[in-house]
Design a binder for this molecule. Structure first.
Ligand code: F6R
Length: 260
């Protein structure tokens, strides 16, 4: 796990965007794992800006989403598929047909989840998965107690997550109770996992993920087992880390020219 502490949250988007741009330079047909929520938005903005400057093309890339609400009508403006199209895909040259999402409208959701997993395998696996972290330590919508070996499945949101996500809806009652989420095991299969957090409200979850035990109680702690996980956080999110000075030192002295 590489911990990168940036001084300002405004540094996160450009830094993570360089990881994506570098990947696409090496592998134009890469598979990106895209997340919803606020955390990846600065990354999407930086990537859109890089695309407009002609520095990156997504034409040969594909993308899969991390999770999706169950129960919203197709095309609902707050469905993660739609948000990711509106915030990112529609502004770059990634064909919408290359954005793959689980079919949360299928009559047989278990089969749809299995098909999504199979589709990721057919794509060759995810090269870079963007992640946020919930204040309770979730990744994707793997809430506390999720098996660290879990695969894509239907899950029930924690009441705190529903409350946290109420800001995206007209009223708290509109937040769905259920989601389809990549499992923790699915996330761990990505070749590079990049988790972003900013703001003091994430500090406890970040400390538990990085310095606590690996436990289903904090699903994000499973990233400690990932061979290539990068955690990019601002100073406020890093405030509870005991080894923050070392992480800063290690980043300052990271091996020359090493790719993220
Ligand atoms: C969203 C997702 C969630 C969020 C997390 C943080 O697709 O999988 O795990 O990343 O709830 O949300 P934000 O980024 O809005 O603070």
């Amino acid at each position: 796990m590489e911990i990168v502490i940036v001084e300002s949250s405004t540094d996160i988007g450009p830094l993570v965007a360089t990881m994506v741009v570098g990947l696409l330079e090496r592998r134009p047909g890469a598979v990106l794992g895209l997340a919803g929520g606020d955390s990846p938005v600065p990354v999407y903005e930086s990537l859109i800006a890089a695309h407009r400057r002609g520095e990156v093309s997504f034409a040969d890339a594909s993308a899969v989403t991390l999770d999706e609400y169950v129960g919203l009508p197709p095309g609902h403006p707050r469905s993660y598929r739609q948000v990711i199209i509106d915030d990112f895909v529609s502004h770059v040259d990634l064909p919408v047909a290359s954005l793959h999402t689980p079919d949360v409208h299928a009559a047989d959701l278990d089969a749809a989840c299995a098909e999504f997993e199979a589709h990721i395998v057919r794509l060759g696996g995810v090269d870079l998965q963007l992640l946020g972290i919930g204040a309770n330590g979730h990744i994707g919508f793997n809430e506390p107690g999720s098996s660290l070996a879990s695969r894509t499945r239907i899950a029930t949101l924690h009441p705190r997550t529903r409350a946290d996500n109420a800001r995206f809806f007209a009223s708290a009652d509109e937040v769905p109770y259920h989601v389809v989420t990549q499992g923790v095991g699915t996330v761990l299969d990505a070749r590079h996992a990049v988790l972003i957090a900013s703001g003091g409200h994430k500090r406890e979850a970040v400390a538990a993920m990085v310095e606590g035990p690996v436990t289903a109680f904090v699903p994000a702690s499973a990233l400690q087992l990932h061979p290539h996980a990068t955690v990019v956080i601002d100073a406020a999110s890093a405030a509870d880390l005991r080894l923050s000075e070392y992480y800063r030192f290690a980043h300052e002295h990271r091996p020359h020219r090493r790719q993220y």
